[in-house]
Every structure is written in C-alpha cells, then in structure tokens.
Write a new protein. Structure first.
Lengths: 355, 109
C-alpha cells in the first residue's frame, strides 16, 4: 500500500473504532496505541485493514472485553445483576417472537418515510407555536412570517433528519439522537392535534338560549389585516365618529360578512355569542360581536350574558365624513352615544360599557 | 477443541510469558505470539490484555520516541508480573496434567 492510501484507511478505521467506543471510560487510553498499530498492520500486508483485523466495531468490542471494561464500572450488586439478567432474558424472548420480528422489519422499511415526515411535523408544530396558531399554517408552515422561508426550512430539516436516520445504526450516540428527534416530532404531533381539536370545539358556541351558531366553513375567506394578523371583531362607527351597535354587514352579492377567525393573535380561542333575530336564530353578521376572550382551556362553555362583551373598542382617530350634517348633534370620538341604535331583535340597546 | 475459547483463559499467561523474554509493545507482542504458534490471537485482545495487566499492577510501561510516527508504548514485567507468571505456569502445568490424564483415559486407542 502506498503511504497516503494507507494513512487514509488507518484514519478511517481509527475513527470508526473511536465512534464504536463512544461512552466507554478511558476511551483515549484504549486508543492510544491504535494508530501506530494500524500503521504497522497496514505496512505488513496488502489487504484492507478490516480483512486483517475484522470490522472496527468488532475490534472495539474485543478491546473493551479483554481490557475488562465490558461489565459495569460500579460495584456489583447481586440484586441488580439478577434483575438485569432477567430483563435481558425477557428482551431475548420478545426479540425472537415472530410478531416482533415482523414488526421490526416493517418498521425498518417505513423508517425513511418517517424521517421525512417527522421533519415536517417538527417544523409545522414550531410554526404553529411561534408564528400563527391557526389552520393557515397548513400545508406549508410559515417561518418568520413567510411560507417561502417555511418551505426552505422544512426541506433543510428533512435533509438533516434523513441523514441522521441513515446513520442512526452507526453508533449509540447517533441512535439516541435519532430517537430524540422522533420523540420531538411526536410531541409536535400532539400539539397539532390539540389545535385541530380546539378549533372544532370553538366552532360551536353556547349562549343563554343554548343556540349553536352555524359552524363557519373552514374554507370561508377570512378578513385579515396586512401582515396576516387576524380580525376577530369589527367596530362600526358612524359618520360622526359614534360607535354603532347591531350593524349588519353584507358584501356586494348580498352575502352576510362573517368573521371566521376564531383565534386571537396570541392564540387564545375567541368564543362569540351571536345576537339573535326575532325568530331566535343567531345573526352572524351583526357587529360588533359579543365575545369572551379567554386564554383557553378547550371545551369550556361560557354561560351567562355577562360572560360575553363587545370588548374594549379600539382607540381610533375616525375622520368625520364630509357631508355629515351637524344637526345630529353628537360629539365626535365620544365613547358614549346619545343615540341608541336598534338591534335586529327589535330591542333598543345601549352599547355595553366599555372597560 | 476451539482454540479461541481456550486462548481466552490463558492469554494473560501467554502475554506475560512473551514479555518475560523481552519487553514489547502491542504489535510486537501480537507478532511474537503468532510466531510462537498462537495464530488465532486477536490484536484487540492482546492490547486489551496488556492494558488490563498494566492496570492491575503487573506491568510497567515506558515510551520510546519514534521517528516514523507516534511514540511506541513498551510494556515490561515487574516483580508482581513475574510472580503472577510463575503462579500461572504452575497452575497451568497441573491443569494440563489433570486434563491430559482425563483425556487419555477416555481415549479409545
């Protein structure tokens, strides 16, 4: 063997043995003479090192065994030994069971798909937790607010996960690392499942009359401000800057405009109690809506009228529209209106007290 | 008989014996064992054994600088090692006696 070729092979063998010895006490001591030994072995014969010495993992195992490091490093406790032996026996029994063997074979074939899937789950769960706690994170999760970045990140994480999965068998450390990533993905999947569950729960609403609002379609278009911040309520004001109540909104085709965004920006579920019409049916396009903003435990039903409120009206600088008559007599931007608008149910109502 | 199994039991003694005639380093000890006829001995086993004997206090070691690469670590018997070797020699002698007799008796000529 030429010198350079030999050196590369020696390095590679050396690295493999070192990796196989990860976690072993006094590893460096054991490896101390190895490089020299490998060089001499390489010099004496033509064949590859592992032909002469056996595979690196075997070499490492033999080294550990003959150096007396195979057993536990602590004091031997008979009870612990007996239990360990019993556990190992059980493990052997399970391991040779045909169901287990079949299962492991299937698992090994499915593994590559899982390496990719777990990467996606992790990025998705992260996106849901940090970016937007809504179903608009599907299918491409947002990172730093953008789907394009999310796509790049997902692909990158998938590549890393793949590499890690491929090399999981190489050493104990990589195996544990791969397992950790899998567990992380499982946690992420739980988080995603939580979100889905909460959305379904928040779709139904209870108020005093035990009326369930019609569940808004998932693919309904949603009002959003620029930058993707959700709109959870609408506060109408009249031409003089007076806040209005019980305003019905329709689009150009006569369709009622609904608010579909059921989560505030912080991720709290927004539960709405729709006002009822004279026939007791909920009116979903009357604004401002009465809502209970609570950082949510899912499935918590709100009862009692005082659980719902129109909430704090945002501070606005509403323009006074040109052409508004002065005879209305109201002051601009006051929070109390002197006129009480009528609601669809026929009652006159004052806007609820602002907090 | 499977010599690998036999060897495991007596490798300590074999290594000590090799070092008695002359100090040696890992590769060297492996070579000498093989030349003596123990072709099955594994390199890793020899290294591990040297280390274990050293840790147990039966060997001393010293480093010889080398021009061509990493320095070589030589091992040598100390008093304890020589003592162990003597005891091992005796017990091996009596053991092989006993086993020899046993095998002879069973042997159908």
């Amino acid at each position: 063997m030429t010198t350079t070729l030999a050196k590369t092979e020696v390095d590679r063998y050396m690295t493999a043995v070192r990796e196989a010895l990860s976690g072993v006490a006094d590893r460096e001591d054991l490896l101390e003479d190895l490089e020299q030994h490998l060089l001499e072995v390489a010099a004496e014969s033509e064949g590859p090192l592992h032909e002469r010495l056996g595979p690196p993992a075997d070499y490492a195992a033999e080294l550990v065994a003959s150096a007396g490091l195979g057993a536990s490093t602590g004091p031997r406790v008979p009870v612990v030994d007996a239990v360990t032996r019993r556990l190992r026996a059980h493990a052997d029994t399970v391991g040779s069971h045909p169901l287990w063997v079949q299962g492991s074979r299937i698992a090994r074939e499915v593994a590559p798909g899982w390496w990719l899937a777990r990467a996606y789950v992790i990025v998705l769960a992260w996106s849901l937790g940090n970016e937007s706690w809504t179903l608009y994170a599907f299918p491409v999760p947002r990172v730093l607010g953008r789907r394009s970045i999310g796509l790049v990140v997902t692909v990158g994480v998938a590549a890393l996960s793949w590499r890690l999965g491929r090399r999981a068998a190489a050493s104990r450390r990589t195996a544990l690392l791969s397992l950790a990533v899998t567990l992380l993905a499982l946690l992420g999947a739980l988080q995603i499942g939580d979100l889905v569950r909460m959305r379904v729960a928040a779709g139904a609403v209870m108020d005093e009359g035990s009326v369930e609002a019609e569940e808004s379609a998932w693919d309904a278009s949603t009002l959003m401000t620029g930058g993707g911040r959700p709109i959870t309520n609408i506060y109408p004001y009249d031409a003089h800057g007076q806040p209005l109540d019980g305003v019905l909104l329709y689009d150009q085709d006569g369709r009622p405009i609904e608010i579909v965004m059921e989560y505030s920006e912080e991720g709290a579920p927004v539960v709405t109690s729709y006002q009822l019409d004279i026939r007791g049916r909920p009116v979903t396009n009357a604004f401002p809506q009465r809502q209970a903003l609570r950082a949510g435990s899912e499935g918590e039903w709100f009862t009692g009228e005082d659980a719902f409120d129109v909430g704090e009206a945002p501070v606005i600088d509403s323009p006074v529209l040109d052409g508004a008559t002065a005879s209305e007599g109201a002051q601009p931007q006051s929070t109390e209106s002197s006129e009480a608008p009528t609601t669809p149910s026929g009652e006159t109502r004052r806007p609820s007290e602002r907090r | 008989m499977d010599t690998t199994q036999l060897l495991k039991g007596v490798l300590d003694a074999a290594v000590l014996a090799v070092l008695r005639s002359d100090d040696g380093y890992g590769y060297d000890v492996v070579r000498r064992l093989r030349e003596a006829g123990l072709e099955e001995v594994g390199d890793a086993s020899v290294y591990g054994t040297l280390r274990r004997l050293f840790q147990a206090g039966h060997l001393t070691s010293y480093v010889v600088p080398s021009d061509e690469g990493p320095n070589r670590k030589y091992y040598a018997l100390n008093a304890s090692g020589r003592d162990l070797l003597e005891r091992s020699t005796k017990s091996w002698a009596s053991f092989s006696d006993v086993l020899g007799t046993l095998l002879d008796t069973e042997d159908v000529a």
